[in-house]
Design a binder for this molecule. Structure first.
Ligand SMILES: [Fe+2]
Ligand SMILES: [Fe+2]
Length: 468
C-alpha cells in the first residue's frame, strides 16, 4: 500500500504514469469542490478521524487528529479473489472481467456515474449541520461520514479515469460540477437533492439513505466487472459506520423521548422530541429512500442482471438459481387503473428483490429503536412501501401509511400528520439554535452515546477548535 504518495492507494498507481497524471489533475478540482461544498466551518480545526491504512479486515483504520482538507483521500480496493467467476446472469461461470467489456461499456459507465454522484451529493446536503451540532462527538461523526463520502467519490472517479478513457475523465469532472438541489445542474437522484437542514434529518438520512447505499454497493460488489466489485467491497466497510451513526443517533433521540415519557413528562417540555415528530421524519426519509431502488418492474434492472453487471446481495449464499430466467416474482401492479396481483419475470423484478432485502434490514433498525421505547406505550412503524412514492408503480397516486389508496384531497388534509410540517421543522430548528461544543455535553433532545469513538471517553475533545 502506498500511503505516502500524493494520492494514497493500493492499486500501484505509480506504475501507470498517465493515469497518475490524470488523477493528480483531478485532485485539485476535488479539493476546490471540498473547500466550496464541504462542511461549513471547522475546516482548519483538527478532527479526530479515522483514515484507511490497509484494506484487510483486521484493523484498516488509523485514528488521529486531521484537518479535514488534509484528510488522506485515496484509492483502496479490496484484495482480489483468485479465479473469481461471474456469479449470475447470462455469463454465469465465466471468468470475471478485468477490463470493461465493450458491449456493456455505456451501461457500466452509467451505473458508476449514478453511484458516484450520490457521494459528493450527500456532503453537499449536510454541509450546514455543524452550526447546530448536538455535541462534539456528533460533530466528529458528521465529519467522518463527510470525508468518507469524499473518499467514495474518489473510488468512483478512479474507475472512470482508469477504464473509460476520455469520456470517463469528463464524467469524473462532472461529478464535481453538479450540485445538490441546484435548479440547473442538480444531482442525479431525487433524494440527493433534498436539503438536510437539521440533525433529525441527518440521522434519518444516514439510517435510511445510506442503507440504500449499502444495498446498492452489495449488488455492485457482485459485479462481473472485477474492479467495481473490489471497490465496492471496500466501500462497504466504511458504509457500515455511516449506518451506525444514523441508527445510533435515532436510538439516542428515542432514548431521551422514552426517559421523558417514563417520567410522565411531555417530551417537548423537556426540550426533547415527541414520538410523532420522529415518526414523520422517518416516513419522509424512508419513502424517499425506497424510491432510490427504481421501478418495481424494470427492464434496466433486468439488463443489469442479465449482463452480469449488478447482482443480488450475497448472490452465492442466498440464491440457487443464478440465471433467474425461469423464476417469477409475485407483486401488485396497476392494470387499467386496478391493482392486480401479477407474476413478473424475476429478472424484471430485481429492483423489488433488492428493495425487499432493504425493507427487512430497515425493520430490524426499527425493532431496535422500539426496544428503547418499551413500556412507554409508544412505537415507531415503517410505513407501507406504497406511501409517498415518486418512482414506480405507486408514484402519482396517494396512499396512507398503511398502504390504503386515498384521494389527493385526503392526503393533503392528512399531510401534516404523516410528513414533517413547517412547524415540525421549526421546532427541530429551535432545538439546534446553538451548537453544543463543550466536551461531554449533549443537547437536550439526544442522550449521550454508550461509548466514545475508538475507546476514547465520551467527553473526549473530538474536534479541537483552534480558537478555543
Ligand atoms: Fe458513500
Ligand atoms: Fe455513506
Amino acid at each position: 500500500m502506498d500511503l505516502h504518495e500524493k494520492i494514497p492507494n493500493n492499486v500501484s498507481l505509480s506504475s501507470d504514469r498517465r493515469l497518475q497524471r490524470a488523477l493528480e489533475e483531478w485532485q485539485p478540482h476535488f479539493l476546490a469542490w471540498w473547500r466550496e461544498m464541504g462542511p461549513e466551518g471547522f475546516q482548519d480545526d483538527p478532527v479526530y478521524l479515522r483514515t484507511a491504512v490497509s484494506v484487510d479486515a483486521s484493523g484498516w483504520a488509523h485514528f488521529d487528529y486531521v484537518r479535514m482538507p488534509d484528510y488522506r483521500w485515496g484509492i483502496f480496493l479490496a484484495e482480489p479473489v483468485a479465479d473469481r467467476r461471474i456469479g449470475f446472469g447470462d455469463d454465469y461461470g465465466k471468468p470475471v472481467w478485468h477490463e470493461v467489456p465493450g458491449a456493456h461499456r455505456t451501461t457500466l459507465r452509467r451505473l458508476i456515474v449514478t453511484q458516484g454522484d450520490t457521494e459528493p451529493a450527500s456532503v453537499e446536503q449536510q454541509r450546514r449541520l455543524a452550526a447546530s451540532a448536538p455535541s462534539l462527538y456528533d460533530l466528529r461523526n458528521l465529519f467522518q461520514v463527510n470525508v468518507e463520502e469524499g473518499r467514495h467519490l474518489w473510488a468512483m472517479a478512479y474507475l472512470l479515469h482508469t477504464y473509460f478513457g476520455r469520456d470517463g475523465r469528463e464524467e469524473a469532472r462532472d461529478l464535481l460540477e453538479r450540485r445538490s438541489g441546484h435548479p440547473d445542474k442538480p444531482r442525479v437522484l431525487a433524494a440527493f437533492n433534498e436539503p438536510i437542514e437539521d440533525w433529525v434529518s441527518f440521522f434519518m438520512f444516514t439510517t435510511f439513505t445510506d442503507r440504500d447505499g449499502k444495498y446498492q454497493l452489495l449488488a455492485l460488489a457482485e459485479s462481473g466487472f472485477d474492479p467495481l466489485s473490489r471497490t465496492c467491497r471496500f466501500m462497504l466497510t466504511e458504509e457500515a459506520h455511516h449506518m451506525f451513526v444514523g441508527e445510533s443517533g435515532v436510538a439516542r433521540i428515542v432514548e431521551r423521548t422514552a426517559e421523558c415519557l417514563r417520567a410522565g413528562r411531555e417530551p417537548r417540555a423537556a426540550g426533547a422530541l415527541d414520538v410523532g415528530i420522529v415518526q414523520r421524519y422517518l416516513n419522509f426519509w424512508y419513502s424517499l429512500s425506497l424510491d432510490l431502488f427504481g421501478g418495481e418492474v424494470s427492464t434496466n434492472a433486468a439488463q443489469f442482471f442479465g449482463t452480469g453487471l449488478k447482482g443480488r446481495p450475497r448472490e452465492e449464499e442466498r440464491h440457487q438459481d443464478h440465471l433467474a430466467l425461469e423464476g417469477v416474482y409475485e407483486m401488485d401492479v396497476y392494470d387499467e387503473g386496478r391493482l392486480v396481483r401479477r407474476s413478473v419475470p424475476l429478472r424484471s423484478a430485481m429492483n423489488e428483490v433488492l428493495r425487499d432485502a432493504y425493507v427487512e434490514d430497515c425493520q430490524k433498525a426499527l425493532d431496535r429503536w422500539n426496544r428503547r421505547l418499551a413500556g412507554t406505550g409508544a412505537a415507531l412503524v415503517l410505513p407501507s412501501r406504497r406511501f409517498h412514492r415518486h418512482q414506480g408503480t405507486f408514484a402519482g397516486r396517494c396512499f396512507d401509511p398503511d398502504g390504503r389508496e386515498i384521494d389527493a384531497g385526503t392526503f393533503e388534509r392528512e399531510r401534516a400528520a404523516w410528513l414533517p410540517s413547517e412547524a415540525d421543522r421549526a421546532y427541530v430548528r429551535s432545538l439546534g439554535a446553538h451548537p453544543v461544543l463543550e466536551p461531554g455535553q449533549f443537547a437536550s433532545w439526544i442522550a449521550p452515546p454508550v461509548r466514545g469513538i475508538n475507546h476514547q471517553p465520551i467527553d473526549f475533545r473530538y474536534v479541537r477548535s483552534n480558537e478555543a
